[in-house]
Design a protein around this ligand. Structure first.
Ligand code: FHN
Length: 448
C-alpha cells in the first residue's frame, strides 16, 4: 500500500480516536439509558448478597476511650478526641493476623458475591498505600502493608467483586472541616480545595490501583456537600471507570436511614437503607446494609450478635422485595474477623448451599409474601417462583399468590423428591416431607 494512503489511514484513525475521546469526556453518565444501566447493574442485582467490612484505626480503641465506652468507628467524635491524640492510634495499628485470603474465604463460604471495605472512614485514615497522604497504613503504622491491594488481589483470585466504602466527610483533612463536625482547629477551611486536591485524587488513585467494581459513599450529610458536587463526582468517576456502580450517598438524595431517594434524577445507582429493610417491594435498585451486632467497627464488649434465623429471615425478606443485603463485619485491631461473626456467616453459608437458587439471579415480586412466614422470589424470566417459608404447620404448605403450572412438578430445594400437590381456583396445597433439608427456612421450587 502506498505511503500516502497509509498516512491518510493513520490520520483518519487518529481523528476517530480524538472524536471518541472528546465524546467520552463530554458524556453525561447521569443521562445513561435504562437498558445501559440495566446491563451495567445486572451482576450486582443478581449477586444479591455482599459482605461489608468496617476496619481502620478505630479498631485499636475498640469502643473504649479513657475507660469510657461509646463509639466504634465514631469514637473520635463520640469522645471529642483531638486529631493529634487520635493520630497516635496509627502507631498501634499492626494487624499481624490479617489474612486477606481468609477474609475472602469467609465471605465466599457465606455466599457473599461481593465485598465492600472502608478505604477511608470519617476519621480520614487511608488503609492503602496512598501517594496523596502520609496518614495511611504504609507511612503512619508499623504494619506497612497495602491492605487494599492484598484484599483486591484475594477477591480477584476468588471471583468475588471488590468494592470500596469511602467517606466524603473527613475529620483529619484540615480543608475538609465541616461546620457540623469541626474536628479541625483551622479557621477558614477550603472545602473546594479538599474536594479537588484530596478527595478526587484519592478516588482516582483507588480506581487506578485496585479497580473496584463498587464505590460506596458515606458521610455526605455535611452541609458543605451538595447534590451538584455529587453529580459532578459521579461523572468524574464514571469517566474513569464507566462500569463502576456507585451508591446514592454520592449525592444528597437519600432520606436518612430509610435510604431511598427523596427526589428524581439524583446521582447514584442504588438506594441504601441502613439497619432497616424497605417496608414493601421496590423495582428500584436498593441494598440494605446491616451489622451482625450493634456496631459497624470493632467493639470488644459488644456481644449482642444477631441470630442466624434473623439474618436468614432478613436475607429472604430483602431478596423477596428486590433488594441486596450488605452484611457487616468489624475486624479487630490484630486483623481477625470476630469468631461469632464467622459463625453466623458460616450458618448463612450452610443455608445458601441448599437455597441459593432462590436468592441469586432472582427478582422481587409485587406480591412478595403471604403472612409473615412465606415469601416469594422469582427467576429473572419469571417462569420459576420460589416459595420460601420459615414455619411449618403440620405437613402442608398452602398458598394462593402463585398458581403452579398444571402438570408441572414442585420440589423442595435440597431434595430430588417431587412433592404431591393439589390446587383449586384459589388455593394450592403442597404436602411436605417429614424431614426438611437444612434449617431456618425452606424453599419450594414452582414452575408457573
Ligand atoms: O456514619 C456512618 C457509620 O459509621 C457507618 O459507616 C454506617 C454504615 O454505612 N454509615 C454511616 C451512618 O449512616
Amino acid at each position: 500500500m502506498k505511503s500516502g494512503s497509509m498516512r491518510k489511514i493513520n490520520l483518519l484513525t487518529l481523528a476517530m480516536a480524538l472524536l471518541i475521546g472528546q465524546a467520552l469526556a463530554q458524556k453525561n453518565y447521569l443521562q445513561e439509558s435504562k437498558p445501559d444501566k440495566t446491563k451495567r447493574m445486572q451482576w450486582w442485582d443478581d449477586a444479591t448478597f455482599g459482605m461489608f467490612i468496617h476496619w481502620g484505626l478505630y479498631a485499636v480503641p475498640a469502643g473504649e476511650y479513657n475507660g469510657r465506652g461509646g463509639g466504634a468507628e465514631w469514637i473520635m467524635d463520640s469522645h471529642k478526641i483531638p486529631v493529634s491524640e487520635y493520630e497516635k492510634y496509627a502507631a498501634q495499628f499492626n494487624p499481624q493476623r490479617f489474612n486477606a485470603k481468609e477474609w475472602v474465604r469467609i465471605a465466599k463460604d457465606a455466599g457473599a458475591k461481593y465485598i465492600v471495605i472502608t478505604s477511608k472512614h470519617h476519621d480520614g485514615f487511608s488503609i492503602w498505600d496512598s501517594k496523596i497522604t502520609e496518614y495511611d497504613v504504609m507511612d503512619a503504622t508499623p504494619f506497612k502493608r497495602d491492605i487494599l491491594k492484598e484484599l483486591a488481589d484475594a477477591c480477584k483470585a476468588a471471583d468475588i467483586q471488590f468494592g470500596l466504602y469511602h467517606s466524603i466527610m473527613d475529620w483529619h483533612q484540615p480543608d475538609a472541616k465541616s461546620k457540623d463536625f469541626p474536628h479541625q482547629s483551622i479557621v477558614d477551611p477550603d472545602f473546594t480545595k479538599y474536594r479537588e486536591q484530596y478527595l478526587k485524587p484519592q478516588l482516582k488513585e483507588l480506581i487506578t490501583k485496585y479497580n473496584p467494581s463498587i464505590l460506596w459513599f458515606d458521610g455526605e450529610w455535611i452541609p458543605e456537600w451538595t447534590e451538584e458536587q455529587g453529580k459532578d463526582l459521579y461523572n468524574y468517576l464514571r469517566k474513569l471507570k464507566p462500569s463502576l456502580i456507585i451508591n446514592n450517598r454520592i449525592g444528597k438524595a437519600r432520606g436518612g436511614f430509610q435510604g431511598m431517594n427523596k427526589y428524581e434524577n439524583a446521582a447514584g445507582d442504588f438506594g441504601t437503607p441502613e439497619q432497616e429493610i424497605l417496608k414493601t417491594s421496590s423495582q428500584e435498585y436498593w441494598e440494605s446494609c446491616m451489622t451482625l451486632n450493634n456496631n459497624w467497627g470493632f467493639v470488644k464488649n459488644d456481644n449482642n450478635w444477631k441470630t442466624a434465623q434473623s439474618l436468614i429471615d432478613n436475607l429472604v425478606d430483602i431478596t423477596a422485595k428486590g433488594g441486596n443485603y450488605l452484611l457487616n463485619v468489624g475486624p479487630s485491631a490484630d486483623g481477625m474477623i470476630p469468631e461469632p461473626s464467622q459463625m453466623r456467616l458460616a450458618e448463612i453459608g450452610q443455608w445458601m448451599k441448599i437455597n441459593r437458587e432462590a436468592i441469586y439471579n432472582t427478582k422481587g415480586l409485587a406480591t412478595y409474601k403471604e403472612g409473615e412466614n412465606l415469601k416469594f422470589t422469582a427467576s429473572n424470566d419469571g417462569k420459576t417462583v420460589y416459595a420460601i417459608f420459615n414455619k411449618v404447620n403440620g405437613n402442608e404448605l398452602k398458598f394462593s399468590t402463585i398458581k403452579p403450572k398444571i402438570g408441572s412438578q414442585i420440589f423442595l430445594l435440597g431434595s430430588k423428591q417431587a412433592l404431591k400437590w393439589t390446587t383449586t381456583e384459589s388455593t394450592t396445597v403442597v404436602t411436605l416431607p417429614a424431614d426438611l433439608p437444612g434449617s431456618f427456612a425452606w424453599t419450594l421450587k414452582i414452575q408457573q
